[in-house]
Each structure stands twice: as C-alpha cells, then as structure tokens.
Design a protein around this ligand. Structure first.
Ligand SMILES: Nc1nc2c(c(=O)[nH]1)N[C@H]1C(S)=C(S)[C@@H](COP(=O)(O)OP(=O)(O)OC[C@H]3O[C@@H](n4cnc5c(=O)[nH]c(N)nc54)[C@H](O)[C@@H]3O)O[C@H]1N2
Ligand SMILES: Nc1nc2c(c(=O)[nH]1)N[C@H]1C(S)=C(S)[C@@H](COP(=O)(O)OP(=O)(O)OC[C@H]3O[C@@H](n4cnc5c(=O)[nH]c(N)nc54)[C@H](O)[C@@H]3O)O[C@H]1N2
Ligand SMILES: [Mo]
Length: 760
C-alpha cells in the first residue's frame, strides 16, 4: 500500500482520472484530518523556495542584521551557497567557538524519523564540534519542569500522567476538564498516527455514565453532543478555583486521610496556606474567577464523592505562573483520594494531541543518532530572545543560574520562531544581532524571510521515511510521491554536501543512502519488537502494528503502581512521595514559584491594573485547519479566514460596546503591537475574553501593523516563572477597536522580492 505518514495522520495515495496523486483517508481512521492533503497543494506553490537564496546585503557584505526581512534575495547555486556557508561556519567557530552557534531549532518539522530536520541538523553540527541548544517545549515546558519535582521523573513528559482512555471509559464517573476539549486539536500527533480516536473514547465514557464538566472561558471548548456542562471562568484563574475546591474538602472533612498519609508529603504547609487569611474559600475564589461559590462547593463535593478525573489542558500552563494550576490539581486529586486510581486522578492534555491516554503498547525504536554535543550551553527554549539580547547575561532556571553565551550564528531547521515565539517585535529586534542566520524550510515562512541564507528543503511527500509516534502502536512506511523540484534537496542531502567541505561526509552518512538509513532505523525497531515483519514486507505493506495492551513498565502505569504500593514502588522525588509542598523548590527561593501551590495573580489578567487600559484577555489557542503555521496557505487553513484574515471571536457585549458587527475588520492592540483580524461575535466566550488562533503567517506593514492576525505580535515574552521559564502567551491583555483605517490587504502569501542577478 502506498501511504504517507504525517503529524495529521496517515493517508493513502490514490490517483485521480488525470493520474494526479490524491491523499485519501487511511482505511479504519474514524476521524481523518483535512489538513494533510494541503501537502499536495504546496508541492508547486508560488511560496515554495525554488533554490538556495541569500539576502542581498549579507551576500555582498553591504549591510548587517538590520537588513533581515527587508532586503531582497539573490538566487545562489547550491555549490556556491554551501561553500559560503562552510567558510562562515569555519570563521565563527575559529573566532568565537562552537557555543556561538545557536541551533536549538525548536519546531514540529515533519513526521518522518529519518528526515527529521532537527535531528539531521544537530547530527551535522555535532560533527563540527557542537552548538548551543535548547531544552523543554512550548507545548508543556512549564509542566515538564514542575512535574518531576512533584510526581517524579516519569512525569517529565506531561503526556504520560493521564490514565488510559479505556480505563476512563470503564471507571470514570466525573471528568472535570479545565480548558475542555478544543475541537480540532486531537487531529495532530507528533510523529504521526493511524487512528484519530479521541472522540470515540469520549463517546464511550459518556455512554458508560461519565459526566463531563468543562471549565473554560470559551464555551467552544465543550465537546458538542455529549451533554457536557460548561462553567465559564476568567482566564488564568483556574488555580484560585482549585484552591477553593481543596478548601471545601478541608472544611467539610472530605479528605482521603489514608492516601494523604501514605502517598504524599507536605500537606500540612498547604493546609496552612488554604486556611490562612484570606481563607481560600469558594467566596474568595468567586471574586477572582467569576464562578459562583455555590457551584464551586457542589463541584468539590462531587469530585470527592465519585471516581473522578481532573484533566487540564496544556494551555493553562502556557501562562504566567503556569505551574500553579497543575500543582493545585495534583494536590486536590490527592486530597480527594482520586490520584492513581483506575480511571481517576489527574490528566494533563487529554485530547490536546491524539495520543495522550492512548491505551496501546508503545512502539519504541531508535531516533537518528545525533552524536554528542560538547558545548555545555543550553537555554530553556522560550528564552530565545533573551539569549540573543543579552550575551554574557545570566538566567534563573530550575534552581540554577545559567550563563547566556554570545551568539553569532543562528541556524533553524524544522521550526518557525517568527510564528511560535511571543512578542515578535522584540524578537525581530534581537534577531538583528547575530552575524549570520541560516534557515532550512520548504516555503517562505516569516523566519525564512528573516534569514541571510535559505536552503530549500524537500516536502515529506518528496522523500521516503518511516513515521511513528512514541505513544502509538503503529509504524508507517511513508513513500515518496514525487522527486523534489530541481533546485531543492532533502535536509539530509544538503547537510551531507556541506559536510563534504569539512571532510566529514562519510562520518555524516555512514555510507548509507536514504533507503539504507530507513532499513537501519527499522532494524532498531525490530530489535525491540521481534514480532515486526522484515523491512521488505513492512515497506511493501506500508504499515506494521504491535498487538496487546500497554507494557507494565509503561510510564503511564507509574502513578497507579505507586498508589497501590507506595513503599514497594516509590516515586523518585526526594521523599519518594507526591510532594504537595516541596523543600527543594522552597530552597530555590523563587517568589514566583513558592514551596506549595498558590494563587499568584499574573501581571496580565482581567483583575490586573493593566486591564483598565487593555480590558480584553486574549487567548491564542491552536488553529483547527493547520498545524501552527504549517500549511497556512493551503485550503483547509484558508477556509477559516475571512477577507484573507484570521477570525477573532469576541463576546457580543464587547462587540456592541465598541460598535463592532460580525465581519468587521478590527484592530487588536497593546503596548507591544497591533494586528488586524475579522470579528466574529460569539456568546460562547465570556465577556472580556477574545480568542484568536495562532499560526497566521506574520505580515507586517512598514509601520509594524500586523495585517493577517498573528497573535504573537501582542503576546508577552516572559517566562512562566524562574523555575521553568516556560512561554506565557495566554497571559495577554489587549484592547479591541473597529478598524476604520485603510483596507491594508494582507500580503503574507506573496513571496519576497527576488533579484534577477544570480550569484556566481
Ligand atoms: N501565541 C501562541 N503562540 C504559540 C502557541 C500558543 O498556544 N499561543 N503554541 C506554541 C506551541 S505549543 C508550539 S509547539 C509552537 C509550534 O511552533 P513551530 O513548531 O515552530 O511551528 P510550525 O509552524 O509547525 O513550524 C514548523 C516549520 O518547519 C517546517 N518544516 C516542516 N517539515 C520540515 C522539514 O522536513 N525540513 C525543514 N527544513 N523544515 C520543515 C515547516 O514548513 C514550518 O515552517 O508554537 C508555540 N506558539
Ligand atoms: N489542529 C491543530 N491541533 C493542534 C495543534 C495545531 O497547531 N493545530 N497544535 C498541537 C500542539 S503543538 C499542542 S502543544 C496542543 C496544545 O493543546 P492545548 O494547550 O490544550 O490547546 P490550546 O488550543 O492552546 O488551548 C485549549 C483551550 O484552552 C482554553 N484556555 C486557555 N487559557 C485558559 C485558562 O486559563 N483556563 C482555562 N480553563 N482554559 C483556558 C482555550 O479556550 C483553548 O481553546 O495542541 C495540538 N493540536
Ligand atoms: Mo505544542
């Protein structure tokens, strides 16, 4: 079978009457995604980068970093481009050392295991002596640092805390979902998937009597057709509500003392905080989160009385003090005696992507070996602007002080920082500082336009690969549909040619071609799972599966094993227990992340002083018709736009107060920037809250006005706390006004200016 494996799922390749390829849903996928077929649209798109390109002023040495994103490009033949890049690498390494190269290169890239852009780049640069890199994620970077302190290292990956969906369906009677289940999010899964089953599992749980309560500022997060209840609350105030629920359990003596005693430490300090003035009562919380005290009481009692799961969207921790709601939920689930019980307890990110809670045996195999990076410098990923702004500076992070090296060369492959980072005007200023910026991508993204040297990369449909998610039981042979266009190479081929200039080609390729590498990697999967078919059979059939239930050693069993036997299977926290308060975090002395869960009001939320000037809380969730910025020019994403701009949803009262009607162009602004979007009044949103998805290609006019609706010109670039330094886009206040200015048509989908001259 001819299959293509993508982050949006697996597709069968068929041909239409004219012989053109078509991506059809994979047989057996109950909810295939419309995003993937956009890959075919991009193959010959005007936004495709046709050959290597250099920024004119960089190529000629006539301008510095201030020319990035402003100057035209010059087409450069591959050999010339790679010679120049090799010289530049030699110069930077000789003069400043390898730590002056930043190639953290965060981003989702594409699903294949071999052609994984970051792995390829990191392997190449390690052979050249290494580079400064990044750790953690934009997805759950805050949780990823907090959870090991509280639940142990098995929970480093926030995905693995959740109970299995089949256990939830069988045993859970109440699911309290903070942030709900945003329709569209479970379409994607890093590495690929074969079946989109989240909706089926939700249906099954509800059919078995599970009641779903969604707490969210946006009623759009309530899955339709499941009789789910919606309780609106102000953004960023979930912690106050969770503390009040904990307070109710205390006051009404609904605690599971046995579980608290055997499985937790530090409850007393937390109890003291809940009782101390102001007592964290439902009345106290009502004033903060807007949920009636009586509703909080009833919900708290229900959580203690029945088998319940508290599930929190990752969006909650993509905010200032984003540790707190997660930590408070853990404390509450322990107090209520739910944690570690079959189908109960806590879950982070159920439905955020396809795989969280997927009740299958995980298929494990090798990644492309990246070698060793001798450069010690590492930043928490969302501190990129600070890194560029502040060479020689220091940063607090997870109990350490880390030094920021002096970056001279930035190299990005497989990510789009001018989509994913916050406060993009500030990033653009910092981005002027390095001497050289290299970007590898298929298309003219905002980051490629802000590079000095752009190396065009083959699309996933133009290469053979193997796709597999680490939380699925399937592996897919993704077979090329076509060759890349003449001037385009795979990232691997480009890097191999670059390394020949250092005499390192063979070290990089190990003398394997593409198919040789795929067979080699697949052999690593078979070594773990001997029941997999041989490579030839696999590549011919296109997919192979593992049968059977999850293995007992699966990290997703961790909390259950612990709660069943706290002495026999202790957690690897300092106490071996769940740390409701922790001396370790206390010892860091961070006022922005104290020793136990606490309500810390962000600088930007509806109760902040700043709300007098910027009274609308802007949420920037995931886009339904694309993956972040990927495939934004394709049909599925364009279908969600109006007049070529993104749609911002607002409460009708906020629209009326501003004379805004449905379909009006509106300006969203704050001290950091301004953008245009098209208004859609929607009573599902709380008054004072707006929702504008991420990922619209950045489109600035000469004055800096963003014309397409990219929320990251408005979001704050501030660490969630000194503990985790995660990103905080969801703590963002703005003002909204009708736009009566010039029509300012968006130009995001016009390629940059390319000069006639060709470099020698
Ligand atoms: N305001 C706000 N901002 C956010 C978020 C939010 O909720 N709100 N969410 C954040 C989150 S959770 C994330 S994960 C990030 C995502 O941020 P990114 O992962 O950076 O976003 P993508 O658009 O997926 O960028 C991937 C890029 O890789 C390119 N690419 C794909 N395949 C290949 C390949 O094989 N080779 C090469 N060279 N390039 C390839 C694509 O064309 C694309 O430009 O965004 C973050 N930003
Ligand atoms: N189609 C599609 N799916 C995706 C992605 C994509 O780009 N496209 N990106 C994927 C990636 S990389 C990730 S990390 C996941 C992210 O998964 P999540 O972080 O779970 O998803 P978001 O869409 O950012 O947020 C979900 C909902 O949380 C609500 N919310 C925001 N702030 C708050 C708050 O303070 N309190 C409460 N109670 N609710 C709040 C918002 O209304 C929003 O609709 O999604 C993945 N899924
Ligand atoms: Mo993410």
């Amino acid at each position: 079978m001819h299959l293509i494996g993508t982050h949006f799922g697996t597709y069968e390749v068929h041909r239409d009457a004219a012989g053109k390829p078509v991506l059809a849903p994979f047989a057996g996928d109950p909810a295939p995604s419309a995003i993937g077929p956009g890959l075919l649209e991009m193959a010959a798109h005007p936004l495709r980068i046709p050959q290597p390109m250099a920024r004119a002023g960089w190529w000629h040495g006539t301008s510095g970093g201030e020319g990035r994103g402003r100057e035209p490009f010059i087409p450069v033949p591959w050999d010339t481009a790679l010679n120049r890049l090799a010289d530049e690498l030699k110069r930077v390494i000789a003069r400043h050392g390898n730590s002056a190269i930043f190639a953290g290169s965060y981003g989702w890239a594409s699903a294949g295991r071999f052609h994984h852009a970051q792995s390829q780049l990191k392997r190449a640069l390690n052979l050249l002596g290494g580079f400064t890199t990044s750790v953690n994620t934009y997805s759950y970077g805050t949780a990823g640092v907090l959870l090991p302190h509280i639940l142990g290292s098995a929970q480093r990956d926030a995905c693995d805390t959740a109970p299995y969906w089949d256990d939830i369906a069988a045993a859970c009677q109440l699911m309290v979902a903070f942030g709900g289940f945003r329709p569209g999010n479970a379409q994607v899964e890093a590495g690929g998937s074969t079946r989109h089953r989240v909706r089926q599992w939700l249906d099954e749980a509800v059919a078995n009597g599970c009641r779903i309560v969604v707490l969210s500022p946006d009623g759009g997060d309530v899955p339709p057709g499941l009789k789910a209840e919606h309780i609106p609350l102000r953004p960023n105030t979930d912690t106050a509500l969770l503390l009040a629920m904990a307070h109710v359990l205390l006051e009404e003596e609904l605690l599971d003392h046995a579980l608290l005693q055997s499985c937790t430490v530090g409850f007393e300090a937390f109890e003291g905080y809940l009782r101390a003035a102001p007592a964290k009562s439902p009345e106290w919380a009502e004033a903060i989160c807007g949920v009636p005290a009586a509703t909080i009481r009833v919900l708290a009692r229900a959580v203690a009385a029945t088998r319940s799961t508290l599930t929190l969207a990752w969006s909650l921790q993509r905010a200032r003090f984003g540790e707190q709601p997660y930590w408070a939920a853990i404390a509450l689930a322990a107090m209520a005696g739910q944690i570690g019980k079959p189908g109960g307890g806590i879950a982070f990110g159920l439905g955020a992507v396809g795989s969280v809670g997927n009740p299958v045996r995980r298929l494990q195999g090798p990644a492309l070996p990246q070698g060793r990076n001798p450069v010690p410098h590492v930043i928490p990923v969302a501190r990129i602007t600070e890194l560029l702004e502040n060479p020689g500076g220091m940063l607090d992070y997870n109990g350490r002080r880390i030094a920021l090296p002096d970056i001279r060369l930035v190299w990005w492959a497989g990510g789009n920082p001018f989509h994913h980072h916050q406060d993009l005007h500030r990033l653009a200023r910092a981005w002027m500082r390095p001497e050289t910026v290299v970007v590898q991508d298929h298309v003219w993204t905002a980051s490629a336009r802000r590079a000095d040297l752009v190396l065009p990369s083959a699309l996933p449909i133009e290469r053979n690969d193997i796709a597999a998610s680490s939380r699925d039981n399937a592996i897919v042979f993704s077979r090329a549909i076509a060759q890349p266009p003449g001037g385009v190479r795979t990232d691997h081929a480009a890097l191999a040619d670059l390394l020949s200039r250092f005499g390192l080609r063979d070290a990089f390729t190990e003398d394997r071609d593409e198919m040789g590498w795929l067979e080699h990697l697949y052999t690593g999967y078979r070594a773990r799972h001997p029941e997999l078919p041989d490579f030839e059979t696999f590549s011919e059939e296109g997919v192979a599966w593992l049968e059977g239930p999850p293995e007992p050693a699966d990290p997703r069993h961790r909390l259950r094993r612990f709660v069943a036997d706290p002495d026999g299977a202790p957690l690897d926290t300092p106490s071996g227990r769940i740390e409701i308060s922790t001396p370790r975090i206390a010892s860091f002395g961070y006022a922005d992340c104290p020793s136990h869960p606490a309500w810390l009001p962000p600088e930007e939320w509806l109760g902040a002083e700043r709300a007098a000037r910027f009274p609308i809380h802007l949420l920037s969730p995931q886009p339904e018709g694309r993956l972040h910025s990927q495939l934004d020019p394709a049909a599925a994403s364009r279908a969600g736009k109006r007049d070529g701009r993104e749609v911002v949803r607002l409460n009708p009262q906020d629209c009326t107060a501003r004379g805004i009607a449905a379909g009006d162009t509106v300006r969203l602004f704050n001290d950091r920037g301004a953008l245009l979007a098209v208004a859609q009044p929607d009573a599902a949103l709380m008054p004072g809250v707006a929702s504008l998805p991420t990922g619209a290609w950045l489109d600035l006019d000469e004055s800096g006005l963003e014309r397409h609706g990219n929320p990251n010109v408005l979001t704050p670039d501030i660490g969630s706390s000194r503990l985790s330094q995660g990103p905080s886009p969801n703590s963002c206040l703005v003002q909204v006004a009708r736009w009566d200015g010039p029509a300012a048509p968006p130009r995001a989908f016009a390629p940059p200016a390319i000069l006639e001259e060709t470099a020698p």
